[in-house]
Design a binder for this molecule. Sequence first.
Ligand code: GDP
Length: 183
Amino acid sequence: MSEEFKPIAASEVTFSQLMLPSNTNFNGKIHGGYMLSLMDQIAFACASKHSENYCVTASVDTVDFKIPIEVGELVVMKASVNYVGNTSMIIGIRVEAENVRTGVKKHCNSSYFTMVAKDDNGKSVKVPGLIIDSETALRRFVKGAASMKLKQQRKIEFTASEFRKEDYLDELSEYRIQLKLNK
Ligand code: GDP
């Protein structure tokens, strides 16, 4: 690791691609899996640039495909490092699609990939810290830190040893389930 703290701008990645008929699903819209694969690649590129190591995808937070992307649209993906932990980073990606004839752009989704830096032996390695130089970057960092904390709490709360069904029985009555616990 050459520097201890790096600016966000040093690892920003922007990528655009025209959507082709070969990328469509059975409805003629662009396949969600194809978009995910592009997003994973851009997250990988951004995280690897920041960490100066190859990275792996640890988790992905909410990719919703509510706004379909059409053949012939120009998809633009912008990625930057929002948060760094010890060996992990949250990479935010904003996906927009532009109608190239009208110039109209639509925001398709914003997703957050947690990536972990690895050395040549597959061991997780420490990543450089972040230089936060704008209020937007600060907001994104705080949001990333909060989401990491929440994830950690949920992980603990739902381990088999910590889970207490009594804490949930009241709220479970709103769901369409029949509880017949006999095991
Ligand atoms: P936000 O996370 O609440 O700011 O939601 P946005 O939809 O604006 O952006 C989603 C994520 O995409 C951000 O958290 C950034 O990581 C990334 N991003 C957004 N805009 C840009 C940009 O102009 N350039 C780059 N490189 N990344 C961006």
